[in-house]
Each structure stands twice: as structure tokens, then as C-alpha cells.
Design a protein around this ligand. Structure first.
Ligand code: SF4
Ligand code: SF4
Length: 634
């Protein structure tokens, strides 16, 4: 999808951005082919709408995870990754840089900012092999000479760090470096701050994150990390750059954003795991107290999988750690109860009125506290009539399209109004709706480390749903977490089952499915909307489809709200309440409080619970918001 704009099979792509008045832009775009021809390009593609332009951003964002995701021993290594030269020397720089890489018997992908002559290049090397380290050193020396020769800077965008400091003298000369050292000594006479960086650096190949003699503890994992070359390689994807320490924008990493403690970063979690698999810490630390502490505040939001430049997937690693810990020391009552929440709610739904009456009492909260639920949280209530019992009375559509609705736990037992709205909308858009008798997708089990149980459920859902999928019927889900589990986690649960890929491809979020349907949807204009996207939705498809669907009836503003803090059952657990509320308070709660007349829409069930607890405002699922706007509904 991110390369749709690329014509043919070019060796390089140049993205050029223009700004100006509509007339000026029309003029430029009118001569685009001519301009491209003059620049020696094979073809040019005009990208004018936000949607069209977003392809280039997606391409840029997917580059590094794609490169780093290779299962080869030789992986792109960051040590000459942001050299910059005057733009008029860029062509010469690229050619000579390529020669250096080739002469050292490896390859590299070049990308960067042509307008400022800055290139991000990571030659592929295996630094656990002494030969790989020698080649790295030769490349570093030759590139440093090349940069100086071209009048550039060895580190044009990032810091100098341990990998570049050794070569600073080539750039600045001895006199200036001695002045740096004098100034540093004045402020840091004992050399405690950033030792070895810029002043008195060690050789760049001395303190390698992954160096010769590296060990890897063999671990029989419950989840498959085969797509990243195995558990150890998935952990080693973290290069320590610390982008996960950002404090604003995006979602990664919600725990660090509120505690500002290194221990609560994505990096710390990957580092802790690396220490165990490399043998710096004893193997029992994998399931020990310190690992538990480092993993504790990871909410499993999956933001790192998409926002970390290396695609480090700590949410899956946390599941693996919980699985290993549970196998070693047993699973707690709270973990079992939370993992099998569908079963608990099914029992409660057999006696909804008495259950709801009891769930609202202080006694029930105290009892739940014994099982590890924070007493300040309201316990989940159940609907008087489940969704599957309401479904026969709903308009199930006549087609021509067909869809199968994944009846998730929350829709079935807690908020069947969401499913009712979705069915009405899907039918109005020209779909015939089936309601297969699915089991829980397995997400609550994965959050608690109950991997074997989640795998069983995955198999049962596949057996039930694949025949429909093979008939060309898409599977539509209302809850972003469930859809992420079906699309993404099933690959980790049952990697050898060939059906998983077809199943993942046929799975759609409700909003995506609605946009795929051809029927004309007649909607009245609705009140403006403030939209909060669920973390798993943002990691999977972004908020674009939800925004577009809601946009058919209303003005929509998307809040850059990060994680709401509830994250499934995370916010319910004892010891997490304060952190959970702080996560919500960072951006989401203030935005909701300031929403005024706008309707707050949030596709995730736990986000809606958190919004209610934090602001006392009831948020709606997109289907709940849109269904009453259908022409003909009152
Ligand atoms: S987790 Fe990702 S962002 Fe954080 S240090 Fe590692 S590679 Fe960098
Ligand atoms: S899953 Fe979320 S909370 Fe956990 S490390 Fe990744 S970004 Fe941080």
C-alpha cells in the first residue's frame, strides 16, 4: 500500500514537497513530467491529497522495521547512519559511500533527507562475528574520511555517541578537541557525565551491544517469534537509541510518559530480556522478581511495534514472560479469572439483575479486591439480554455482500447496543450479516500469559470461521483488540497453520468493512465528534478508517491522546490505578472535558470505561453513534 505511488521498479525514489497557493501548485504539477525528465527521473507521480501523500510517510516509516526485521545473521547496524554533506556533494557522496560498502563485502539501504545532504545508511553486518566487527571498523574509518573530504559532518542529525566520537578529531582537529576536553573537565572533573563520548573516547568497536562471543540462552517459547528470527533476535532488534523515551506525541511508551523512569521504557524491557538471554543475568531472572517489576507497567498497547524504529514488540515479549513465569510458578487466581473473563460474564449474564445489583455494592468491590482488582474501579455490569439473543430480531440484510460478525465478549454481554447499531449499518450498506458462534479471541488470555488457552481458542475460531472466509465472506469485528489478535497474534500462536494468513487477510475492523461496502449509506448530519482511537487500532490500521466513516455524517476531530491507560484489564489491577489514571490525564481526559457539545467516540471498550471513570462522560462506539443517524431511524 505504501508503494502504490512508485512506478516500475526504480533503484531510488525521490520525494519532493511543494507548498504554495492552489494556482502555483497547479502550475508546478502541470509541468511535473517535464521537471522529472530534466532531473533524470524515469517517472513522476503527483500526490496531492492528504491520503495520497500519506503513502510516502508510510513508506518512510516502514523502511527501518523492514530492514531490521530480516532474519539473517547480518543485520543493518547503526554506526555511520546520519552523516551529512553539502547537498551539492551528495551525488558524489552516495557513489563513494556505495563503493566503500561494496568493497567491504556487504550491502546497505540508503535513505535520508536529500535537501540537507543527510543520509541514513546502516550497512548489514554480524557484529557477533570478529570478521563482521573488522569490516564495521574499516567502513567507519573510510566513511569518516569520505565525509571530511566532502566537507560534511560525521553525525548530521543524531548524537555523536560512542560510535562516532573516535573520529571527531578528523573533523575538528586536535586543538578544538582539546578545548572540548578542557570545557568538559571544568564542569565534570571526575568524568562522570557521558564518559567516553566526544572526550577521551574508546575505540568504536570496544563496547558493542552485540559483540563477538555473544551467547543466546535457548528458550522454548509459547509464542512464535519466527517472523523476527526467534525470541533472541526479536529482543536484539532494540538498538538502544532511546526513541521510546519521547515524552510527547504518539503512544509509545505510555508507562515512561507518566513515570519518566528509565525502568518503564520499552528499551529497559528489551535490555532486561537481553541481559538474561545473553547470560549477563542468570536464567532464572527470566521469571524472577526484577523482570516482573520491569514488565509490570507495560500496558501491552503494541505502540512499540509500530512506533519504535526497529519495531521492537515488547507486548508479545511480556506475554511470553508471563507465560514462562506462569509455567514456572503457576498462574494466580486473578490471572485465570481475567484471562477467562468471557466465562465469568457468561455466568453473570444468566442472572443479570441480581448480578448487577451485587456488582454495585461495596461488598462486591472488596471481594474483587481479594482477587487483585482495584476497589476504586466499578466492576463490569452485564446487559439484560445478550447480543446473540437480540440478533434474530435485527434486520440482517439481504446482500448482495456478505459479512460474518465477530461477536466479542464485550458486545455479547456488556454493550449489545454496539452490535445492534453495527448490524443496522451493515445491512443498510448492502450486506447480509451472519453471526457465527465464536469463542473469545484470546486477547484477555494473552494479556495474562495464558498462551496455551489462547492457542486453543485460536484453533476453535479458525475451524469455525475459515470455511466462511474461504467462501469470500470477510470477518468483521467491533473491538479493535480482538481484531488485532485475530490478524496479528494468531500468527504468533499457530504459525504453522496455513489458514492463519488467509484468515488475517479476511479480517476487518467494522469501520474498514463499512467503507469496503458498495451500498449507498444514507445518513443524516450528526453532532461533531471528538474521536479517541484505541492503541491496538492505531497500531493496526490507524484511526483513518474510523475518521472517514464518521466523516460521512459529522465533523471529526481526532485527539492525539496516546494510551487511555485502561488497556484491557491493566487499569483494573491493584497497583495500577494511579498510573492508569495519570496516563488518561496526560491528554485524553483534558480533551474529553473540553469536548463541549461534541460527542465523544471511542471504538475500544476499555477506553470507553476509562473515559467514564476519568471524566464521567459516556463515550460511544462509532456504530452506536452512526446507527441513529441512518435515514429512516428515529
Ligand atoms: S525500544 Fe526501540 S525506540 Fe526504544 S531504544 Fe530500543 S530500538 Fe530505540
Ligand atoms: S507495549 Fe506499550 S507499554 Fe509496553 S513497552 Fe510497548 S509501548 Fe511501552
Amino acid at each position: 500500500d505504501s508503494t502504490r505511488f512508485v512506478k516500475g521498479n526504480p533503484k531510488a525514489v525521490l520525494v519532493v514537497e511543494w507548498s504554495g497557493t492552489q494556482r502555483e501548485l497547479d502550475e508546478i504539477f502541470g509541468h511535473l513530467d517535464e521537471l522529472a525528465g530534466e532531473a533524470g527521473a524515469l517517472a513522476a507521480t503527483p500526490l496531492r491529497t492528504k491520503e495520497e501523500m500519506s503513502q510516502t510517510v508510510r513508506l518512510r516509516k516502514s523502511t527501518l522495521p523492514l530492514l531490521l526485521g530480516t532474519a539473517d545473521e547480518e543485520k543493518p547496524v547503526a554506526f555511520v547512519e546520519d552523516a551529512a554533506v553539502p547537498p551539492d556533494r551528495l551525488e558524489e557522496f552516495v557513489v563513494r559511500f556505495e563503493e566503500i560498502v561494496e568493497n567491504n563485502g556487504t550491502w546497505a539501504c540508503f535513505y535520508g533527507h536529500a535537501s540537507v545532504g543527510c543520509l541514513h545508511v546502516r550497512p548489514a553486518l554480524d557484529t557477533s562475528d570478529p570478521e563482521g566487527v573488522s569490516r564495521m571498523r574499516r567502513i567507519a574509518e573510510e566513511v569518516a574520511d569520505l565525509v571530511v573530504d566532502c566537507g560534511g559532518s560525521i553525525s548530521g542529525e543524531h548524537g555523536d555517541g560512542l560510535s562516532r566520537s573516535e573520529f571527531m578529531e578528523k573533523m575538528y582537529g586536535g586543538e578544538i578537541l582539546r578545548a572540548f576536553a578542557d570545557v568538559k573537565r571544568l564542569f565534570d572533573p571526575r568524568g562522570m557525565m557521558n564518559p567516553g563520548v566526544i572526550v577521551a573516547p574508546p575505540r568504536m568497536d570496544r563496547q558493542l551491544r552485540i559483540g563477538p562471543g555473544r551467547k543466546r540462552l535457548p528458550i522454548r517459547t509459547g509464542l512464535s517469534f519466527g517472523d523476527q528470527g526467534g525470541f533472541a533476535k526479536a529482543i536484539e532488534l532494540c538498538n538502544g537509541s532511546g526513541f521510546c523515551r519521547k515524552r510527547t506525541g504518539g503512544t509509545m511508551c505510555p508507562s515512561y510518559m507518566v513515570t519518566l523512569d528509565e525502568q518503564d521504557t520499552t528499551r529497559a524491557r528489551a535490555n532486561m530480556l537481553r541481559s538474561v538471554i545473553e547470560g549477563t543475568l542468570p536464567p532464572e531472572e527470566l521469571t524472577g522478581r526484577r523482570m516482573k517489576e520491569v514488565m509490570d507497567l507495560c500496558v501491552g498497547c503494541k505502540a512499540c511495534k509500530t512506533e519504535c524504529p526497529s519495531g521492537v514488540d515488547v507486548a508479545s515479549m511480556k506475554t511470553e514472560v508471563l507465560y514462562q513465569t506462569g509455567r514456572q510458578h503457576g498462574f494466580s487466581l486473578r490471572q485465570k479469572a481475567a484471562g477467562h473473563i468471557r466465562r465469568q460474564l457468561a455466568l453473570a449474564a444468566m442472572i443479570p439483575s441480581p448480578y448487577n445489583a451485587v456488582a454495585g455494592t461495596r461488598f462486591a468491590r472488596r471481594a474483587a479486591a481479594l482477587a487483585g482488582i482495584d476497589p476504586r474501579r466499578s466492576l463490569p455490569r452485564v446487559a439484560n439480554k445478550t447480543f446473540s439473543r437480540r440478533f434474530p430480531g435485527l434486520p440482517q440484510g439481504t446482500g448482495p455482500a456478505e459479512v460474518a460478525l465477530f461477536n466479542d465478549t464485550w458486545n455479547e454481554y456488556q454493550r449489545p447496543e454496539v452490535g445492534e447499531g453495527a448490524v443496522r449499518l451493515l445491512a443498510a450498506a448492502g450486506a447480509r450479516i451472519y453471526l457465527p458462534k465464536v469463542v473469545c479471541c484470546g486477547r484477555p488470555m494473552l494479556s495474562e500469559g495464558l498462551v496455551d488457552e489462547a492457542r486453543k481458542n485460536a484453533r476453535r475460531n479458525l475451524d469455525l470461521l475459515v470455511p466462511l472466509v474461504e467462501r469470500g465472506v470477510p470477518l468483521v469485528g467491533l473491538e479493535p483488540s480482538c481484531i488485532l489478535t485475530l490478524r496479528d497474534d494468531y500468527r504468533k500462536l499457530i504459525p504453522d497453520d496455513a489458514r492463519v494468513e488467509r484468515f488475517a487477510e479476511a479480517t476487518r475492523l467494522f469501520e474498514e468493512a463499512m467503507l469496503d461496502l458498495d451500498g449507498e449509506l444514507l445518513l443524516r448530519e450528526g453532532a461533531p465528534v471528538l474521536l479517541h482511537g484505541h492503541c491496538h487500532q492505531k497500531a493496526l490500521v490507524g484511526t483513518g478508517p474510523t475518521e472517514r466513516l464518521l466523516g460521512l455524517a459529522a465533523d471529526v476531530e481526532v485527539v492525539d491522546s496516546g494510551c487511555c491507560g485502561m488497556a484491557g484489564l491493566f487499569g483494573y489491577e491493584k497497583g495500577h490505578y494511579e498510573v492508569s489514571m495519570k496516563m488518561g490525564e496526560r491528554r485524553l481526559f483534558p480533551a474529553v472535558r473540553g469536548a463541549g457539545e461534541r460527542v465523544v467516540v471511542a471504538p475500544g471498550t476499555s477506553c470507553r470505561e476509562q473515559i467514564l471513570d476519568g471524566t464521567q462522560r459516556r463515550a460511544l462506539h462509532p456504530a452506536e453513534y452512526l446507527a441513529p443517524l441512518l435515514d429512516g431511524s428515529s
